[in-house]
Design a protein around this ligand. Structure first.
Ligand code: ZN
Length: 143
């Protein structure tokens, strides 16, 4: 069992601009702020959501949506680490319709922000780099 111990090293708080791509913008924030390890959470609303579901048998992501509608970001959380030497934001999100019905999954590019407030907690700790894992087919943190 490998346990990585980290210390918090500051928190970034801000808004994602109206019309921005959610994942692209957060990745840019991490790149510009030098965040290579961290925790992300956010709330807000989107005008378009693009998420994916990981098929464990086929070992591939299946796109869900896009959902071209006004949705609430009920909850979204994830992390920042390195993939191919650059910051990689991994985020899962739950979106609610007007009825309260929800859809959710692994966030991909193509999610358009209506309004969004994010918190990124920077962490100091071991270098966590993603690499291909043969068992799951996913890009997980290397042991
Ligand atoms: Zn995921």
């Amino acid at each position: 069992m490998k346990i990585n111990e980290c210390n918090t090293a500051g928190t970034l708080v801000g808004r994602v601009p109206h019309g921005a791509d959610l994942l692209g913008y957060l990745t840019e924030v991490c790149e510009k702020s030098g965040v290579t390890l961290g925790a992300v959470s956010l709330i807000g609303a989107v005008s378009r959501a693009q998420i994916a579901y990981y098929d464990q048998e086929k070992k591939e992501y299946r796109q869900i949506g896009p959902f071209e509608e006004a949705l609430e970001i009920v909850s979204a959380s994830g992390n920042v680490s390195l993939k191919d030497g650059v910051p990689f934001v991994h985020l899962h999100a739950v979106f609610a319709r007007e009825s309260g019905e929800c859809v959710g999954g692994h966030l991909t590019e193509g999610t358009t922000v209506f309004a969004c407030e994010y918190t990124i907690t920077k962490l100091d700790g071991p270098r966590l780099e993603r690499g291909h894992d043969g068992t799951t087919g996913l890009f997980l943190w290397k042991e």
